[in-house]
Design a protein around this ligand. Sequence first.
Ligand SMILES: [Zn+2]
Length: 474
Amino acid sequence: MNFHGMKVAERSIRNYLSGRVFMARDGNEDLIIADHVPGFRGRVLEEGVIAAALNHENACVLRKLFPFTAPGRVLGKERSFGLGDRLGIATAGHIKVFEKYDAFPVFAQQSMRELNLTGRTYEEVLDAASFAVFRAGFTKTWGADGDHLKTAENIEYALSLGYSMITLDCSDYIRPFAENAAPPLNAAYKEKYTGKKFDIDSEHGITIDFSEDDLKSITGIYGEAINFAVEMYNRFLKDGKYEADFEISIDETSNPTSPREHYFIARELRDAKVDFKTLAPRFCGEFQKGIDYIGDLNQFKKEIKIHAAIARHFNYKLSIHSGSDKFSVFPIIAEETRCSFHTKTAGTNWLVAMKLVSQKDPSLYREIHRFALSVFDEAKKYYHVTGDPSKIPGLDSLEDAELPSLFDNDAARQLIHITYGLILSSKNRNGIFTYRERLYKLWNEYAEDYEEALEEHIGRHLDLLGVTKQRGEK
Ligand SMILES: [Zn+2]
């Protein structure tokens, strides 16, 4: 269907009062067509008909008129899944996945680190998701996550835009434990926790107990983090000040969270009436970016069993961060959480986009790959990876058709994974982006291929996480 020479996205057509709104493609640009519907600002096509650009102002109008294009709260659902779309182009593919699977997506999900590295704003991240949802006519609830936020200012920034979820990153308040510097144990804690067995899961006989030394160490490491979480919750979310879900993240530390620590944190937060829907512990082993789990699967199974029991006991879900490509642990997560979880992915969507580049424009891919090798050490400042660039096959040894196979190589995956910010922001001497525009042009041209690749790749995540292909709210 055509309208004024533009190709109409048929699934986007919505009636509003006596008019209608839809999306149409003008050359390489998508536009909102407001046909006798007020509010949008843009070029007049004919009397009462506006072609509105996909900017923040028009996104706000869209979200007001059509609430399904605004984020909603999904963390309380049985299964939710975060999709950090760093490029602002992945949601169309993600929608195809979540139209089928019985889980709720968080389409907009970025941390401050990602915003800084990609040069995007929370407005842009949210708007990209809203437009994609509108274009596809996706009416299921989807979330927007202010991910890994560490300050009140950033939390307020995300909430004021309507983000439906805040992931509080407590890592700045988690202290290394120094036995000799530990203050004497608070008498109230001693009374509350010592000499008792806390029954977590009677069916499996899981209990938690605390010695005085345990308590000293736990309060020393996590005391301030707990206070910080209580303070942020009370300030922004208590009594529905903002309508958003709250996730506690303690995963960005070097030491795995012990079940005892997990229990203590959850108990203190619940006793302080903090309504958090999810908590992300630091699991044993390594959840490195863009590659499978590194570690002992039996140990992981043993530990997540207790973490999942604690989460059930206090009525929240475990949140699994850095979930991109953790295929070997997904079945364990599915089993031990009884298929009730939040899982976050981000970098894998970028890797799928870069694999597409290697397939469609080998010479551009080669250029970028060489650049990535040259900045790998700098990129390692932002992300912890152990991938060794010397294990990446040399570019000169690969035929063009073999380039996509680099994405089966862990070291190569990590190379491309962590250099995204430098690749996207690299500029030549004249201040012109070296790769950014060429990349977006390619992704625009091959948008359908990207959608299909994402559908397959994220679908594989959900399959292994035991999510069935059904619809339905729960
Ligand atoms: Zn995390």
